[in-house]
Design a protein around this ligand. Structure first.
Ligand SMILES: Nc1ncnc2c1ncn2[C@@H]1O[C@H](COP(=O)(O)OP(=O)(O)OP(=O)(O)O)[C@@H](O)[C@H]1O
Ligand SMILES: [Mg+2]
Length: 490
Protein backbone atom coordinates (compact mmCIF):
# COMPACT_ATOMS: atom_id res chain seq x y z
CA UNK A 1 0.00 0.00 0.00
CA UNK A 2 2.86 2.33 0.88
CA UNK A 3 3.94 2.36 -2.74
CA UNK A 4 1.01 4.57 -3.60
CA UNK A 5 1.44 7.10 -0.79
CA UNK A 6 3.06 10.37 -1.79
CA UNK A 7 4.89 12.24 0.93
CA UNK A 8 6.36 15.72 0.78
CA UNK A 9 9.31 16.64 3.00
CA UNK A 10 10.43 20.22 3.74
CA UNK A 11 13.68 20.94 5.56
CA UNK A 12 16.38 23.51 4.94
CA UNK A 13 19.11 21.17 6.19
CA UNK A 14 20.16 18.82 3.40
CA UNK A 15 21.33 16.12 5.84
CA UNK A 16 17.96 15.84 7.53
CA UNK A 17 16.07 16.19 4.24
CA UNK A 18 17.97 13.34 2.63
CA UNK A 19 17.95 11.26 5.81
CA UNK A 20 14.15 11.43 5.98
CA UNK A 21 13.92 10.64 2.28
CA UNK A 22 16.03 7.50 2.72
CA UNK A 23 13.99 6.25 5.65
CA UNK A 24 10.70 6.76 3.85
CA UNK A 25 11.83 5.39 0.52
CA UNK A 26 13.07 2.27 2.22
CA UNK A 27 9.45 1.72 3.25
CA UNK A 28 8.27 2.17 -0.34
CA UNK A 29 6.81 5.62 0.07
CA UNK A 30 7.08 8.03 -2.81
CA UNK A 31 8.98 11.06 -1.56
CA UNK A 32 9.61 14.59 -2.84
CA UNK A 33 11.84 16.93 -0.87
CA UNK A 34 12.03 20.73 -0.73
CA UNK A 35 14.45 23.12 0.93
CA UNK A 36 11.91 25.90 1.41
CA UNK A 37 8.24 26.34 2.24
CA UNK A 38 7.56 28.49 -0.81
CA UNK A 39 8.68 25.86 -3.31
CA UNK A 40 6.78 23.17 -1.42
CA UNK A 41 3.52 25.15 -1.39
CA UNK A 42 3.82 25.68 -5.15
CA UNK A 43 4.24 21.95 -5.65
CA UNK A 44 1.24 21.12 -3.43
CA UNK A 45 -0.91 23.15 -5.78
CA UNK A 46 0.02 20.90 -8.70
CA UNK A 47 0.17 17.50 -7.10
CA UNK A 48 -1.95 15.70 -4.51
CA UNK A 49 0.06 14.45 -1.53
CA UNK A 50 -0.97 12.16 1.29
CA UNK A 51 1.19 13.71 3.96
CA UNK A 52 3.55 16.63 4.54
CA UNK A 53 6.53 16.48 6.90
CA UNK A 54 8.04 19.88 7.59
CA UNK A 55 10.74 21.35 9.75
CA UNK A 56 9.43 23.90 12.22
CA UNK A 57 12.28 26.43 12.16
CA UNK A 58 13.39 27.41 8.71
CA UNK A 59 14.56 30.60 7.06
CA UNK A 60 11.87 32.18 4.90
CA UNK A 61 8.50 30.58 5.61
CA UNK A 62 8.40 28.85 8.96
CA UNK A 63 6.81 25.45 9.46
CA UNK A 64 3.87 27.15 11.20
CA UNK A 65 3.29 29.37 8.18
CA UNK A 66 3.46 26.39 5.86
CA UNK A 67 0.85 24.64 8.02
CA UNK A 68 -1.45 27.67 7.98
CA UNK A 69 -1.22 27.93 4.21
CA UNK A 70 -1.99 24.23 3.82
CA UNK A 71 -4.96 24.38 6.19
CA UNK A 72 -6.47 27.17 4.10
CA UNK A 73 -6.36 25.30 0.84
CA UNK A 74 -6.27 21.62 1.82
CA UNK A 75 -7.61 21.16 5.33
CA UNK A 76 -7.51 17.35 4.98
CA UNK A 77 -3.83 17.13 4.15
CA UNK A 78 -2.07 15.98 7.33
CA UNK A 79 1.11 17.73 8.42
CA UNK A 80 3.81 16.37 10.73
CA UNK A 81 6.39 18.68 12.27
CA UNK A 82 10.02 17.98 12.81
CA UNK A 83 11.06 20.03 15.76
CA UNK A 84 14.33 20.77 17.47
CA UNK A 85 12.70 21.42 20.80
CA UNK A 86 11.00 18.66 22.61
CA UNK A 87 9.11 21.13 24.73
CA UNK A 88 5.49 20.27 25.40
CA UNK A 89 4.54 23.86 24.65
CA UNK A 90 5.55 23.84 21.04
CA UNK A 91 4.03 20.41 20.56
CA UNK A 92 0.68 21.53 21.95
CA UNK A 93 0.84 24.67 19.89
CA UNK A 94 1.44 22.88 16.59
CA UNK A 95 -1.33 20.42 17.35
CA UNK A 96 -3.68 23.30 18.09
CA UNK A 97 -2.85 24.75 14.73
CA UNK A 98 -3.93 21.52 13.16
CA UNK A 99 -0.76 19.44 12.80
CA UNK A 100 -1.51 15.78 13.13
CA UNK A 101 1.70 14.94 15.02
CA UNK A 102 5.28 16.00 15.63
CA UNK A 103 8.60 14.27 15.87
CA UNK A 104 11.56 15.54 17.86
CA UNK A 105 15.13 15.61 16.62
CA UNK A 106 17.10 13.41 16.83
CA UNK A 107 14.83 10.56 15.75
CA UNK A 108 15.37 6.96 14.71
CA UNK A 109 14.07 5.64 11.42
CA UNK A 110 11.63 3.51 13.37
CA UNK A 111 10.20 6.55 15.16
CA UNK A 112 9.85 8.37 11.87
CA UNK A 113 8.08 5.44 10.20
CA UNK A 114 5.75 4.86 13.14
CA UNK A 115 4.77 8.51 13.24
CA UNK A 116 4.11 8.53 9.50
CA UNK A 117 2.10 5.30 9.51
CA UNK A 118 0.04 6.48 12.42
CA UNK A 119 -0.68 9.82 10.78
CA UNK A 120 -1.74 8.13 7.55
CA UNK A 121 -4.10 5.82 9.42
CA UNK A 122 -5.57 8.70 11.34
CA UNK A 123 -6.13 10.41 8.09
CA UNK A 124 -8.14 7.53 6.71
CA UNK A 125 -10.30 7.52 9.80
CA UNK A 126 -10.65 11.29 9.81
CA UNK A 127 -11.51 11.33 6.13
CA UNK A 128 -14.12 8.64 6.53
CA UNK A 129 -15.74 10.58 9.34
CA UNK A 130 -15.46 13.80 7.41
CA UNK A 131 -17.06 12.50 4.23
CA UNK A 132 -19.75 10.62 6.06
CA UNK A 133 -20.66 13.59 8.20
CA UNK A 134 -20.67 15.83 5.18
CA UNK A 135 -22.74 13.41 3.12
CA UNK A 136 -25.21 12.74 5.88
CA UNK A 137 -25.57 16.33 7.03
CA UNK A 138 -27.98 17.63 4.44
CA UNK A 139 -28.84 14.55 2.49
CA UNK A 140 -31.03 11.54 3.06
CA UNK A 141 -28.17 9.09 3.20
CA UNK A 142 -24.90 8.11 1.67
CA UNK A 143 -24.17 7.47 -1.97
CA UNK A 144 -27.34 5.91 -3.41
CA UNK A 145 -28.51 4.78 0.00
CA UNK A 146 -31.37 6.40 1.82
CA UNK A 147 -31.32 6.11 5.60
CA UNK A 148 -29.59 7.68 8.57
CA UNK A 149 -30.23 5.05 11.23
CA UNK A 150 -27.30 3.91 13.38
CA UNK A 151 -27.53 0.55 11.62
CA UNK A 152 -27.08 2.13 8.19
CA UNK A 153 -24.33 4.50 9.35
CA UNK A 154 -22.44 1.40 10.45
CA UNK A 155 -22.90 -0.01 6.97
CA UNK A 156 -21.66 3.21 5.32
CA UNK A 157 -18.59 3.26 7.58
CA UNK A 158 -17.86 -0.32 6.73
CA UNK A 159 -18.16 0.44 3.01
CA UNK A 160 -15.72 3.33 3.29
CA UNK A 161 -13.29 1.24 5.35
CA UNK A 162 -13.36 -1.80 3.14
CA UNK A 163 -13.75 -0.29 -0.33
CA UNK A 164 -10.12 0.81 -0.79
CA UNK A 165 -8.76 -2.61 0.17
CA UNK A 166 -8.63 -5.46 -2.30
CA UNK A 167 -10.13 -7.93 0.16
CA UNK A 168 -12.95 -10.25 -0.72
CA UNK A 169 -16.24 -9.16 0.80
CA UNK A 170 -19.21 -11.35 1.60
CA UNK A 171 -22.41 -9.33 1.72
CA UNK A 172 -25.28 -10.98 3.54
CA UNK A 173 -28.80 -9.82 4.17
CA UNK A 174 -32.40 -10.67 3.42
CA UNK A 175 -33.81 -10.17 -0.02
CA UNK A 176 -34.15 -6.51 -0.99
CA UNK A 177 -31.87 -5.10 1.73
CA UNK A 178 -29.50 -3.51 -0.79
CA UNK A 179 -26.77 -6.11 -1.29
CA UNK A 180 -26.20 -5.20 -4.89
CA UNK A 181 -26.21 -1.51 -4.02
CA UNK A 182 -23.44 -2.21 -1.49
CA UNK A 183 -21.41 -4.17 -4.04
CA UNK A 184 -21.61 -1.26 -6.48
CA UNK A 185 -20.69 1.25 -3.76
CA UNK A 186 -17.64 -0.87 -2.82
CA UNK A 187 -16.49 -0.81 -6.43
CA UNK A 188 -17.19 2.89 -6.82
CA UNK A 189 -15.09 3.80 -3.79
CA UNK A 190 -12.23 1.47 -4.67
CA UNK A 191 -9.08 2.06 -6.68
CA UNK A 192 -10.59 -0.21 -9.33
CA UNK A 193 -13.42 2.21 -10.02
CA UNK A 194 -12.22 3.03 -13.53
CA UNK A 195 -12.34 -0.63 -14.55
CA UNK A 196 -15.41 -2.78 -14.95
CA UNK A 197 -17.88 -3.92 -12.37
CA UNK A 198 -19.24 -7.27 -13.56
CA UNK A 199 -22.28 -8.70 -11.80
CA UNK A 200 -23.13 -12.37 -12.19
CA UNK A 201 -26.43 -13.70 -10.91
CA UNK A 202 -25.69 -17.28 -9.96
CA UNK A 203 -29.38 -18.18 -9.90
CA UNK A 204 -30.14 -17.26 -13.47
CA UNK A 205 -28.15 -19.90 -15.36
CA UNK A 206 -27.89 -23.67 -15.48
CA UNK A 207 -24.68 -25.13 -14.09
CA UNK A 208 -22.86 -25.77 -17.38
CA UNK A 209 -23.84 -22.40 -18.83
CA UNK A 210 -22.82 -20.62 -15.67
CA UNK A 211 -19.39 -22.23 -15.74
CA UNK A 212 -18.79 -21.21 -19.31
CA UNK A 213 -20.03 -17.69 -18.47
CA UNK A 214 -17.62 -17.46 -15.56
CA UNK A 215 -14.55 -19.20 -16.90
CA UNK A 216 -15.13 -18.94 -20.67
CA UNK A 217 -14.73 -21.77 -23.13
CA UNK A 218 -12.72 -22.60 -26.22
CA UNK A 219 -14.31 -23.23 -29.57
CA UNK A 220 -15.57 -26.79 -29.97
CA UNK A 221 -15.14 -27.75 -26.32
CA UNK A 222 -18.77 -28.88 -26.17
CA UNK A 223 -21.79 -28.99 -28.46
CA UNK A 224 -22.88 -25.42 -28.96
CA UNK A 225 -19.45 -23.95 -28.27
CA UNK A 226 -19.29 -22.56 -31.80
CA UNK A 227 -17.00 -19.77 -30.81
CA UNK A 228 -14.40 -19.15 -28.17
CA UNK A 229 -15.95 -17.23 -25.29
CA UNK A 230 -14.21 -14.94 -22.85
CA UNK A 231 -15.26 -15.72 -19.30
CA UNK A 232 -16.54 -13.04 -16.95
CA UNK A 233 -13.46 -13.49 -14.75
CA UNK A 234 -11.49 -12.12 -17.70
CA UNK A 235 -14.07 -9.49 -18.58
CA UNK A 236 -13.74 -8.13 -15.04
CA UNK A 237 -9.95 -7.95 -15.33
CA UNK A 238 -8.63 -5.05 -13.28
CA UNK A 239 -12.08 -4.47 -11.84
CA UNK A 240 -14.61 -6.10 -9.55
CA UNK A 241 -16.48 -9.36 -10.04
CA UNK A 242 -19.75 -9.54 -8.13
CA UNK A 243 -21.08 -13.06 -7.60
CA UNK A 244 -24.68 -12.59 -6.56
CA UNK A 245 -26.42 -15.40 -4.65
CA UNK A 246 -23.34 -17.63 -4.37
CA UNK A 247 -25.34 -20.14 -2.33
CA UNK A 248 -26.82 -21.24 -5.63
CA UNK A 249 -23.58 -22.60 -7.04
CA UNK A 250 -23.50 -26.35 -7.38
CA UNK A 251 -20.82 -28.24 -5.46
CA UNK A 252 -18.87 -28.86 -8.68
CA UNK A 253 -18.92 -25.19 -9.65
CA UNK A 254 -17.93 -24.32 -6.08
CA UNK A 255 -14.88 -26.56 -6.42
CA UNK A 256 -13.91 -24.89 -9.69
CA UNK A 257 -14.44 -21.44 -8.26
CA UNK A 258 -12.27 -22.30 -5.27
CA UNK A 259 -9.45 -23.40 -7.58
CA UNK A 260 -9.63 -20.14 -9.51
CA UNK A 261 -9.52 -18.11 -6.32
CA UNK A 262 -6.66 -20.12 -4.85
CA UNK A 263 -4.52 -20.14 -7.96
CA UNK A 264 -5.54 -16.66 -9.04
CA UNK A 265 -5.74 -17.97 -12.57
CA UNK A 266 -8.51 -19.24 -14.78
CA UNK A 267 -8.61 -21.95 -17.43
CA UNK A 268 -11.47 -21.77 -19.92
CA UNK A 269 -13.58 -24.91 -20.37
CA UNK A 270 -11.89 -27.16 -22.91
CA UNK A 271 -8.73 -25.09 -22.63
CA UNK A 272 -5.37 -26.13 -21.27
CA UNK A 273 -3.61 -22.87 -20.62
CA UNK A 274 -4.47 -20.99 -17.45
CA UNK A 275 -4.26 -17.19 -17.53
CA UNK A 276 -3.67 -15.08 -14.43
CA UNK A 277 -6.53 -12.94 -13.21
CA UNK A 278 -6.59 -9.66 -11.36
CA UNK A 279 -10.04 -9.13 -9.91
CA UNK A 280 -11.57 -8.14 -6.65
CA UNK A 281 -14.27 -10.58 -5.65
CA UNK A 282 -17.47 -9.54 -3.93
CA UNK A 283 -20.04 -12.21 -3.15
CA UNK A 284 -23.58 -11.89 -1.83
CA UNK A 285 -26.22 -14.20 -0.49
CA UNK A 286 -29.47 -14.12 1.40
CA UNK A 287 -28.89 -17.65 2.68
CA UNK A 288 -27.02 -18.64 5.78
CA UNK A 289 -23.84 -20.11 4.35
CA UNK A 290 -22.75 -21.43 7.75
CA UNK A 291 -25.90 -23.53 7.90
CA UNK A 292 -25.26 -24.68 4.35
CA UNK A 293 -21.72 -25.66 5.29
CA UNK A 294 -23.13 -27.67 8.19
CA UNK A 295 -25.60 -29.36 5.84
CA UNK A 296 -22.85 -30.09 3.35
CA UNK A 297 -24.35 -28.03 0.54
CA UNK A 298 -21.68 -25.34 0.62
CA UNK A 299 -17.96 -26.06 0.71
CA UNK A 300 -16.35 -24.95 3.93
CA UNK A 301 -13.04 -24.05 2.27
CA UNK A 302 -14.86 -21.84 -0.25
CA UNK A 303 -16.82 -20.26 2.57
CA UNK A 304 -13.60 -19.30 4.36
CA UNK A 305 -12.14 -18.03 1.12
CA UNK A 306 -15.01 -15.63 0.45
CA UNK A 307 -15.97 -14.72 4.00
CA UNK A 308 -12.85 -12.60 4.50
CA UNK A 309 -14.75 -9.43 5.26
CA UNK A 310 -18.38 -10.03 6.19
CA UNK A 311 -20.82 -7.21 5.67
CA UNK A 312 -24.30 -7.87 6.97
CA UNK A 313 -27.23 -5.67 6.00
CA UNK A 314 -29.98 -5.05 8.53
CA UNK A 315 -33.56 -5.84 7.53
CA UNK A 316 -35.81 -2.82 7.21
CA UNK A 317 -37.94 -3.79 10.22
CA UNK A 318 -34.84 -3.39 12.40
CA UNK A 319 -34.36 0.20 11.31
CA UNK A 320 -37.91 1.51 11.19
CA UNK A 321 -36.58 5.02 11.78
CA UNK A 322 -35.45 5.02 8.14
CA UNK A 323 -38.91 4.21 6.83
CA UNK A 324 -40.19 7.82 6.67
CA UNK A 325 -37.06 8.89 4.75
CA UNK A 326 -37.37 5.99 2.32
CA UNK A 327 -41.09 6.56 1.87
CA UNK A 328 -40.63 10.29 1.25
CA UNK A 329 -37.78 9.68 -1.17
CA UNK A 330 -39.70 7.09 -3.09
CA UNK A 331 -42.97 9.00 -3.25
CA UNK A 332 -41.10 11.92 -4.76
CA UNK A 333 -39.20 9.76 -7.24
CA UNK A 334 -42.26 7.88 -8.49
CA UNK A 335 -44.56 10.92 -8.49
CA UNK A 336 -42.04 12.82 -10.57
CA UNK A 337 -41.56 9.91 -12.93
CA UNK A 338 -45.23 9.53 -13.72
CA UNK A 339 -45.98 13.25 -13.44
CA UNK A 340 -48.41 13.09 -10.54
CA UNK A 341 -48.79 15.67 -7.81
CA UNK A 342 -48.42 13.69 -4.60
CA UNK A 343 -47.15 15.30 -1.42
CA UNK A 344 -46.55 12.26 0.73
CA UNK A 345 -48.42 9.80 2.88
CA UNK A 346 -50.96 10.42 5.63
CA UNK A 347 -49.96 9.99 9.27
CA UNK A 348 -52.09 6.87 9.49
CA UNK A 349 -50.50 5.36 6.39
CA UNK A 350 -47.04 6.09 7.80
CA UNK A 351 -47.99 4.36 11.03
CA UNK A 352 -49.11 1.29 9.13
CA UNK A 353 -45.88 1.28 7.11
CA UNK A 354 -43.75 1.64 10.21
CA UNK A 355 -45.37 -1.33 11.88
CA UNK A 356 -45.28 -3.53 8.79
CA UNK A 357 -42.60 -6.23 8.77
CA UNK A 358 -41.38 -5.81 5.15
CA UNK A 359 -40.22 -9.34 4.37
CA UNK A 360 -39.10 -7.96 0.99
CA UNK A 361 -37.32 -5.01 2.63
CA UNK A 362 -36.50 -1.88 0.62
CA UNK A 363 -37.53 -3.44 -2.68
CA UNK A 364 -40.95 -4.27 -1.24
CA UNK A 365 -41.30 -0.77 0.18
CA UNK A 366 -40.51 0.63 -3.25
CA UNK A 367 -43.19 -1.56 -4.82
CA UNK A 368 -45.81 -0.67 -2.23
CA UNK A 369 -45.11 3.03 -2.68
CA UNK A 370 -45.07 2.81 -6.45
CA UNK A 371 -48.49 1.13 -6.47
CA UNK A 372 -49.84 3.63 -3.96
CA UNK A 373 -48.63 6.63 -5.97
CA UNK A 374 -50.21 5.21 -9.11
CA UNK A 375 -53.51 4.37 -7.40
CA UNK A 376 -53.90 7.39 -5.14
CA UNK A 377 -56.67 9.78 -6.13
CA UNK A 378 -55.58 12.32 -3.58
CA UNK A 379 -52.44 14.37 -3.11
CA UNK A 380 -51.85 12.47 0.12
CA UNK A 381 -51.48 8.69 0.07
CA UNK A 382 -53.90 7.12 2.54
CA UNK A 383 -53.97 3.74 4.24
CA UNK A 384 -56.45 2.54 1.64
CA UNK A 385 -53.88 3.02 -1.09
CA UNK A 386 -51.45 0.66 0.61
CA UNK A 387 -51.50 -2.94 -0.46
CA UNK A 388 -49.33 -4.76 2.02
CA UNK A 389 -48.20 -8.29 1.31
CA UNK A 390 -48.24 -11.34 3.48
CA UNK A 391 -45.57 -9.97 5.75
CA UNK A 392 -48.18 -8.00 7.60
CA UNK A 393 -48.04 -9.00 11.23
CA UNK A 394 -50.70 -6.43 11.96
CA UNK A 395 -54.18 -5.73 10.91
CA UNK A 396 -53.63 -2.59 8.85
CA UNK A 397 -55.15 0.45 10.46
CA UNK A 398 -57.81 0.79 7.80
CA UNK A 399 -59.23 -2.54 8.78
CA UNK A 400 -60.18 -1.80 12.34
CA UNK A 401 -61.02 -4.94 14.15
CA UNK A 402 -63.85 -5.31 16.55
CA UNK A 403 -62.29 -3.60 19.49
CA UNK A 404 -60.74 -0.94 17.29
CA UNK A 405 -57.34 -1.65 18.77
CA UNK A 406 -54.47 0.20 17.26
CA UNK A 407 -51.89 -1.70 15.28
CA UNK A 408 -49.32 -0.81 17.92
CA UNK A 409 -51.20 -2.56 20.70
CA UNK A 410 -51.44 -5.71 18.65
CA UNK A 411 -47.73 -5.66 17.98
CA UNK A 412 -46.84 -5.34 21.66
CA UNK A 413 -49.30 -8.09 22.44
CA UNK A 414 -47.23 -10.48 20.37
CA UNK A 415 -44.02 -9.36 21.93
CA UNK A 416 -45.06 -8.95 25.53
CA UNK A 417 -44.04 -12.46 26.51
CA UNK A 418 -40.49 -12.08 25.26
CA UNK A 419 -39.39 -8.70 26.47
CA UNK A 420 -38.49 -9.25 30.11
CA UNK A 421 -36.60 -12.55 30.07
CA UNK A 422 -33.08 -13.28 28.86
CA UNK A 423 -33.28 -15.09 25.53
CA UNK A 424 -31.19 -17.77 23.90
CA UNK A 425 -30.82 -18.15 20.18
CA UNK A 426 -33.19 -21.10 20.41
CA UNK A 427 -35.78 -18.79 21.93
CA UNK A 428 -35.18 -16.40 19.09
CA UNK A 429 -35.92 -19.11 16.55
CA UNK A 430 -39.06 -20.00 18.43
CA UNK A 431 -40.23 -16.40 18.51
CA UNK A 432 -39.55 -15.99 14.82
CA UNK A 433 -41.53 -19.12 14.04
CA UNK A 434 -44.34 -17.88 16.25
CA UNK A 435 -44.37 -14.50 14.54
CA UNK A 436 -44.38 -16.08 11.12
CA UNK A 437 -47.41 -18.14 12.07
CA UNK A 438 -49.08 -15.06 13.42
CA UNK A 439 -48.40 -13.27 10.19
CA UNK A 440 -50.46 -15.82 8.27
CA UNK A 441 -53.16 -15.77 10.90
CA UNK A 442 -53.37 -12.01 10.71
CA UNK A 443 -53.54 -11.95 6.97
CA UNK A 444 -56.43 -14.40 7.15
CA UNK A 445 -58.05 -12.25 9.78
CA UNK A 446 -57.76 -9.13 7.64
CA UNK A 447 -59.15 -11.00 4.72
CA UNK A 448 -62.23 -12.25 6.52
CA UNK A 449 -62.93 -9.20 8.67
CA UNK A 450 -62.55 -6.67 5.90
CA UNK A 451 -64.94 -8.63 3.67
CA UNK A 452 -67.47 -8.83 6.49
CA UNK A 453 -67.07 -5.12 7.18
CA UNK A 454 -67.66 -4.20 3.57
CA UNK A 455 -70.85 -6.23 3.52
CA UNK A 456 -72.21 -5.27 6.92
CA UNK A 457 -71.86 -8.77 8.30
CA UNK A 458 -73.63 -10.46 5.36
CA UNK A 459 -71.76 -13.77 5.11
CA UNK A 460 -73.20 -14.76 1.73
CA UNK A 461 -72.12 -11.53 0.04
CA UNK A 462 -68.77 -11.45 1.82
CA UNK A 463 -67.94 -14.99 0.72
CA UNK A 464 -69.06 -14.26 -2.85
CA UNK A 465 -66.77 -11.26 -3.02
CA UNK A 466 -63.79 -13.32 -1.92
CA UNK A 467 -64.61 -16.10 -4.34
CA UNK A 468 -64.90 -18.64 -1.54
CA UNK A 469 -67.74 -21.07 -0.99
CA UNK A 470 -69.97 -19.96 1.88
CA UNK A 471 -69.23 -23.01 4.08
CA UNK A 472 -65.49 -22.57 3.61
CA UNK A 473 -65.73 -18.90 4.43
CA UNK A 474 -67.71 -19.75 7.54
CA UNK A 475 -65.16 -22.34 8.54
CA UNK A 476 -62.45 -19.72 8.27
CA UNK A 477 -64.52 -17.32 10.40
CA UNK A 478 -64.88 -20.03 13.01
CA UNK A 479 -61.19 -20.83 12.96
CA UNK A 480 -60.19 -17.26 13.67
CA UNK A 481 -63.07 -16.71 16.06
CA UNK A 482 -65.16 -13.97 14.48
CA UNK A 483 -68.91 -13.88 14.31
CA UNK A 484 -70.85 -12.08 11.59
CA UNK A 485 -73.07 -10.40 14.16
CA UNK A 486 -70.28 -8.07 15.22
CA UNK A 487 -70.21 -6.55 11.76
CA UNK A 488 -73.87 -5.96 11.25
CA UNK A 489 -74.32 -2.25 10.85
CA UNK A 490 -76.75 -0.79 13.32
N1 LIG B 1 -30.76 1.84 1.84
C1 LIG B 1 -31.34 1.96 0.66
N2 LIG B 1 -31.72 3.17 0.22
C2 LIG B 1 -32.33 3.32 -0.98
N3 LIG B 1 -32.60 2.33 -1.81
C3 LIG B 1 -32.26 1.10 -1.43
C4 LIG B 1 -31.61 0.84 -0.18
N4 LIG B 1 -31.40 -0.48 -0.08
C5 LIG B 1 -31.89 -1.03 -1.19
N5 LIG B 1 -32.39 -0.09 -2.02
C6 LIG B 1 -33.07 -0.31 -3.31
O1 LIG B 1 -33.87 -1.47 -3.13
C7 LIG B 1 -33.82 -2.29 -4.28
C8 LIG B 1 -33.23 -3.63 -3.88
O2 LIG B 1 -31.86 -3.49 -3.59
P1 LIG B 1 -30.79 -4.57 -4.03
O3 LIG B 1 -31.11 -5.11 -5.37
O4 LIG B 1 -29.45 -4.01 -3.83
O5 LIG B 1 -31.12 -5.65 -2.91
P2 LIG B 1 -30.55 -7.14 -2.75
O6 LIG B 1 -30.22 -7.26 -1.32
O7 LIG B 1 -29.51 -7.38 -3.76
O8 LIG B 1 -31.86 -7.98 -3.03
P3 LIG B 1 -31.97 -9.54 -3.53
O9 LIG B 1 -31.53 -10.39 -2.39
O10 LIG B 1 -33.43 -9.67 -3.77
O11 LIG B 1 -31.13 -9.65 -4.73
C9 LIG B 1 -32.98 -1.56 -5.29
O12 LIG B 1 -33.85 -0.82 -6.13
C10 LIG B 1 -32.14 -0.63 -4.46
O13 LIG B 1 -31.79 0.51 -5.18
MG1 LIG C 1 -29.50 -8.74 -5.34
Amino acid sequence: MNAKKKLLVIDDEPVIREGVRRILESSSFQVETFASGYAALERIKQQAFDLVITDLKMPGLSGMEVLKAIKETQPDLPVIFITGYTSVDSAVEVMKLGAIDYIAKPFTSEEMLNTVQFALQQRVVALEGFYLRKELLDSEGFDQFVGKSQEMIKVYRRIMQVAPTDSTVLITGESGTGKELVARALHKHSTRRDNSFVAVDCTSLAESLLESELFGHVKGSFTGAIQTKTGLFKVAEGGTLFLDEVSNLSLTTQAKLLRVLQEREVTPIGGTKPTPINIRLIAATNHNLRDMVAEGTFREDLFFRINIIPLDLPPLRERTGDIPLLVGHHVRTVAEKIGKDINGVSAGAMQVLQSYSFPGNVRELQNIIERAVVLSEDSLISTNDLELGHGSTEIPANLHNRRNRRADDIKTDHLRDYTSVPLSVEDLKEIKRHLREHAVENVEKNFVISALQRHGGNVTRASEETGMLRPNFQAMMKKIGVSAREYVES
